[in-house]
Design a protein around this ligand. Structure first.
Ligand code: BGC
Length: 461
């Protein structure tokens, strides 16, 4: 045993992977915070800079364009710099983007620096789950990766808490500025974490990879992880593999889930909830932002309920029930806008239908997009394939956010939410016919079925 090995093994604790995952998941908090905070801030930014509908769309959507660019580059950057170092660099980008957007003197400056924050979010949304999955013990991998989705929902709630705190003063600069806190925590925390053993291995630093594995998992588990790692090395040809015909069923799942997670309207609620609540009779920004906080808390709680069910009930039942529930809730929400009911009743029903919608999303498409995309991709293309899925998700997200204020103007809230309701029912049809059940199915089995030419619905059990 070398000196490094003995010191590595003496540092090992069974809680260590959880500590690492919790610190890396701060990236998820930043994702949630920096995308959610705009919902309250936009009410005041709109007034301060006298914004038209399309400029509102730009102020909200610039972060998403940045995220799309960041996600598109993240697979290459994380291979080049390594997951740990990239997350350290990302936290610095977060800090710079946040400080300058909080001091913005025009909507253009705001949009520019929010784009930079978005760039960091895009990189983090790919790199943090990847890093967590590479340090997680096999039996905890699903749960630890889902921790990232939980962190996203917690980040959204924190952003709403900050929005509520500054709603009466209308201080949108402080709302955005609080983002420096999780960014600083991520920066400091990541400096102390080990580099991903898998990345070290891919870079040819096998001794260091083995040492980090022992430090994270202990000696006996490390040996198993190391031998698994040795079997995987085809990344360079990954784009070619993605284009192969037998990959199509996996792409149906990757592209479809990325599309429906965004085009069933989740972020019209997450980003614009206070605006929507004002339309349904919650007068004044404070009441509307408070109602939004309620939605955020329901999102966290429903995500906590969903996580153990993903492996108990399976992916299909959750996605089927979730998409039908989302369709019904949004249909109801849309109908409410066509009625001239008493304001009090309208308010309660609107709030309840959005609560129902959020519960259904958080228990289905919310976590399952992140869980299922890597599951259906063969090991050799999991990196670039997941990068493609995450980048597409941001592209769809940006498109919805840009179009939402315009759709509201054209179709009114009733027509707009009717479209999202119909797309939720379309998602049900898609899930029914095309989504496999991957609960308890080994990744190797999914891959061998894919290579054998099975349809997407039959990739699992
Ligand atoms: C989605 C985000 C969304 C969040 C809401 C995530 O899975 O990718 O777009 O804002 O869930 O909880």
């Amino acid at each position: 045993m070398t000196i490094e090995q003995s010191s590595a093994s003496s540092q090992h604790s069974s809680m260590y992977p959880f500590v690492i995952a919790a610190i890396a998941a701060v990236a998820g908090i930043l994702f949630g915070f920096d995308t959610g905070v705009i919902s309250g801030a936009i009410l005041f930014i709109k007034t301060q800079f006298a914004l038209s509908d399309s400029l509102v769309g730009m102020a909200v959507g610039s972060v998403l364009v940045g995220a799309l660019l960041g996600a598109a580059l993240s697979s290459r950057c994380s291979d080049y710099w390594g997951r740990r170092n990239l997350l350290v660099i990302t936290s610095i980008i977060f800090l710079i983007g946040t400080v300058f957007s909080a001091f913005a003197t025009s909507v253009w400056m705001l949009a520019g620096f929010r784009l930079i924050v978005g760039f960091a979010i895009g990189i983090a949304s790919y790199t943090a789950p990847l890093y967590i999955s590479e340090i997680a013990p096999v039996q905890w991998r699903g749960a630890l990766v889902s921790l990232n989705q939980l962190a996203i929902t917690i980040g959204i709630v924190l952003s709403y808490v900050v929005d509520v705190s500054y709603a009466s003063s209308g201080n949108w600069r402080m709302m955005l500025g609080w983002g420096v806190l999780p960014a600083a925590i991520l920066f400091i925390g990541m400096m102390f974490l080990p580099k991903s053993p898998r990345w070290l291995f891919l870079k040819g630093e096998e001794d260091q990879a083995r040492e980090n594995l022992i430090r994270i998992h202990g000696r006996s588990a490390a040996a198993k992880e190391f031998s698994e790692m040795s079997g995987v090395q085809e990344e360079k040809k990954a784009w070619g593999v993605l284009r192969k015909e037998w990959m199509r069923p996996a792409l149906v799942v990757v592209i479809g889930l990325a599309f429906f997670q965004q085009w069933t309207g989740i972020n019209t609620i997450i980003y614009y909830a206070p605006t929507i609540f004002q339309m349904t009779g919650f007068h004044g920004p404070t009441a509307a932002i408070l109602a939004t906080l309620g939605i955020g808390i329901v999102n966290v709680l429903a995500t906590i309920v969903a996580l153990p069910l993903i492996d108990r009930w399976g992916r299909r039942p959750l996605l089927i029930m979730g998409s039908i529930g989302m369709g019904i809730s949004l249909g109801l929400f849309s109908i409410l806008f066509t009625m001239h009911s008493a304001e009090g009743a309208m308010r309660v029903l609107a709030f309840l239908s959005l609560v129902g919608y959020i519960i259904c999303f958080a228990m289905s498409l919310g976590p399952l997009m992140w869980v299922m995309i890597p599951e259906v991709l063969p090991l050799s293309v999991r990196g670039v394939g997941s990068g493609l899925g995450v980048a597409l998700s941001w592209a769809f997200n940006a498109l919805v956010a840009f179009m939402f204020p315009i759709l509201l103007g054209l179709l009114h809230p009733a027509g707009t939410f009717l479209i999202f309701s119909l797309l939720s029912f379309a998602c049900f049809v898609y899930v029914w016919f095309l989504i496999p059940e991957t609960k308890g199915v080994s990744l190797e089995k999914i891959e061998s079925r894919l290579r054998a030419g099975y349809k997407s619905r039959d990739l699992g059990c």
